[in-house]
Ligand binder design. Structure first.
Ligand SMILES: NC(=O)c1ccc[n+]([C@@H]2O[C@H](COP(=O)([O-])OP(=O)(O)OC[C@H]3O[C@@H](n4cnc5c(N)ncnc54)[C@H](O)[C@@H]3O)[C@@H](O)[C@H]2O)c1
Length: 439
């Protein structure tokens, strides 16, 4: 592995390429275009609005993250993507129905100019939707080459210095590791044979990594979580991060659960249900696609509570997650959580959380941060799995054998300390004894 170094400056334009110009993808692009015109603020984006403490508390150095690490300025971002539908980003945003006309109208011209390139798609992976804008010729390997051509063309036409890719396409059906996923050679052979076990998302990821384009996975698909693509990422010196944007209910879980755990409160049960009516909800209405999401959503509490280490508090916890497709709610997802907890002498208590959230509004700033931070990672010689970006994911990808850290507060410390490390600042341990020793 090459040595991590202080990031090089973020000169020139950064092309953000998005497979899947649906609710999340279009909300993200429309927001950034509005920000370029001073019509919106990047609310929810840690890189744009968050601050980072440097040095001792007495030094009072708390710059904005974007002023501390050299990130590409918002004005230098340009967007492209692929979708199975032909709608341009303005039309797709209207279909997604997340943003109101008053917010879309001001950026209509910019959004209309972004037309989706032909997608690599396989109906068996996303059974509930189908569309005409797809690459139909050749093997999966040929399609990967076609994606690479798309990227080269985009880069040239838009005069970009660098590219990143963030997967915002539909959740694919559940697949498990197979021998063809084990190394680059067997993976490439399988690509050439158009093996069924190679998901479209893996074809995009392969194409990106071959070209040294950082890849983030916003869905719970396996995608870059396979040895072949991890190996390729290292070989081409490319960062990868995944998976499944941490928004909505799981965001709440990783905020609340660490609090219960910190106070040694027990949990008997956690029942989570959701209703949502967007295209994502429709895709997840298929059991095979829901399974991919369920696995991603369920793992969170196990890792936070660690029942084996804390059997008296969490051994018998019953955790259930449900997603129900309910069209009238559109993208405005509603989630209910019933949490049965117990305290001193085993006395029971209940917590009810009813979150009326807007999924894509929570996801869009994550797309922005991942685009900027994976580009930062590439400029810092960081390649392979970027565990420091766990903060943004429901199922953080880690090195083999390492359990993921789900506690959002630990994830934040990891994110901040990685930035300090990159920039040659002292890491902050929060010990704080030195303030008292010096007095
Ligand atoms: N909204 C959130 O808060 C959130 C949170 C976590 C994860 N996600 C994941 O992000 C993804 C996008 O969510 P969304 O709400 O925008 O869904 P969406 O259905 O509105 O958009 C997905 C788009 O991907 C397109 N697509 C499907 N397969 C494709 C392929 N192979 N190539 C190119 N395009 C393809 C679809 O046509 C659709 O336009 C989903 O996988 C979802 O599970 C979303």
């Amino acid at each position: 592995m090459s040595k991590i170094k202080k990031p090089t400056p973020a000169t020139g334009k950064l092309g953000v390429l998005i497979p899947g110009l649906g609710a999340v993808g279009t909300t993200f692009i429309a927001g950034v275009e509005a920000m370029k015109k001073g019509k919106a603020e990047p609310i929810g984006s840690f890189t744009q609005m968050g601050r980072i403490r440097l040095g001792k508390r007495t030094e009072k150095r708390v710059p904005l993250v974007k002023d501390f690490v050299p990130l590409t300025p918002i004005d230098d971002l340009v967007f492209g993507g692929w979708d199975i539908f032909e709608d341009n980003v303005y039309e797709a945003a209207k279909v997604a129905d997340v943003l109101e006309d008053k917010d879309l109208d001001g950026v209509k011209t910019e959004l209309e100019q972004i037309k989706p390139m032909k997608a690599v798609f396989e109906k068996s992976y996303v059974s509930n939707i189908d569309g005409p804008n797809v690459k139909t010729e050749g093997s999966k390997y040929d399609q990967a080459l076609a994606l690479m051509d798309d990227m080269k063309r985009f880069k040239e036409e838009n005069n970009c210095e660098r590219l990143v890719m963030v997967w915002c396409a539909s959740t694919e059906k559940y697949v498990e590791h197979a021998e063809i996923h084990l190394n680059i050679k067997s993976f490439e052979e399988a690509l050439k044979n158009s093996d069924d076990r190679i998901a479209p998302s893996m074809v995009y990821a392969y194409a990106a990594l071959k070209m040294g384009v950082p890849f983030s996975n916003g869905a719970p698909n396996l995608t870059v979580d396979i040895p072949a693509l991890i190996e390729l990422a290292k070989e081409t010196g490319t960062p990868i991060a995944g998976k499944d944007f941490k928004t909505g209910q799981t965001l709440m879980k990783t905020i609340l659960a660490p609090g219960f755990k910190a106070r040694s409160l027990g949990v008997d049960g956690w029942f989570s249900t959701n209703i949502l009516g967007n295209r994502d909800g429709k895709v997840l209405d298929s059991p095979e696609n829901f399974k991919t999401k369920e696995v991603s959503k369920l793992s969170v509490l196990d890792h936070i509570f660690k029942a084996d280490d804390n059997p008296k508090l969490y051994k018998d916890m019953y955790h259930k997650v449900r997603i129900n497709y309910y069209p009238p709610h559109g993208d405005n997802k509603e989630s209910w959580d019933n949490i049965d907890i117990f305290g001193w002498m085993g006395y029971k208590m209940q917590i009810k959380v009813n979150f009326l959230c807007r999924d894509s509004i929570l996801a869009a700033p994550i797309v922005l941060d991942l685009a900027l931070l994976t580009d930062l990672a590439a400029r810092s010689n960081m390649n392979g799995v970027q565990e420091w970006l766990s903060f943004y994911f429901k199922s953080p990808q880690t090195a083999p054998g390492l359990y993921p850290e789900h506690d959002i507060f630990k994830q934040l410390i990891k994110l901040e300390n990685t930035m300090r490390h990159l920039m040659g600042e002292d890491l902050i341990t929060h010990l704080g004894l030195d303030y008292y020793e010096e007095l």
